[in-house]
Design a protein around this ligand. Structure first.
Ligand SMILES: [Zn+2]
Length: 117
C-alpha cells in the first residue's frame, strides 16, 4: 500500500506522506491536503480488508481530486470544523460514494473476486 501511495503521489506531482493514526493518538482514516504535500493517515487498528479498504478510500479522494473539507485552521472555529467533517461521515455526500466505489474497484483488481464468486 505504501508503494501505491508513493506512486499516486508521484503521479499527482505532490509528495504523499503516510502515517498511522495511532501516531496521533487517534483511530480512523483521513487524508489532508497541504500547500505543498499531502498526508494520508490510516487506521492502523483496522486490519484485513477493512483496513485496506479504508486506505484505498482515502487514496481515492486524492486520485479523484475531491474538494473535501477545506478550512483555515487559524480562522475556523473547532466546532465548525467538527460539523463540516461530520457531514462527510456516511455516504450522503457524492465524493464519499465515489471514493468508496474507487476503493472497491481497485481492491477487486488487486485481490480478485472472493473464492466463492
Ligand atoms: Zn471519504
Amino acid at each position: 500500500m505504501a508503494v501505491l501511495a508513493a506512486r499516486i503521489g508521484d503521479w499527482r506531482g505532490r509528495r504523499l506522506h503516510v502515517a498511522p493514526a495511532s501516531k496521533f493518538g487517534w483511530s480512523g482514516h483521513l487524508v489532508v491536503r497541504g500547500a505543498r504535500a499531502d498526508m494520508l493517515v490510516y487506521d492502523d487498528s483496522a486490519t484485513g480488508l477493512y483496513g485496506r479498504h479504508g486506505f484505498l478510500h482515502e487514496l481515492g479522494h486524492l486520485v479523484l481530486d475531491h474538494d473535501g473539507v477545506t478550512f483555515d485552521p487559524a480562522t475556523t472555529a473547532a466546532a465548525d470544523v467538527a460539523r463540516r467533517l461530520a457531514d462527510r461521515i456516511g455516504y450522503a455526500n457524492q465524493e464519499e460514494r465515489d471514493a468508496e466505489l474507487w476503493a472497491t474497484l481497485v481492491g477487486l483488481d488487486t485481490i480478485g473476486p472472493s473464492p466463492g464468486d
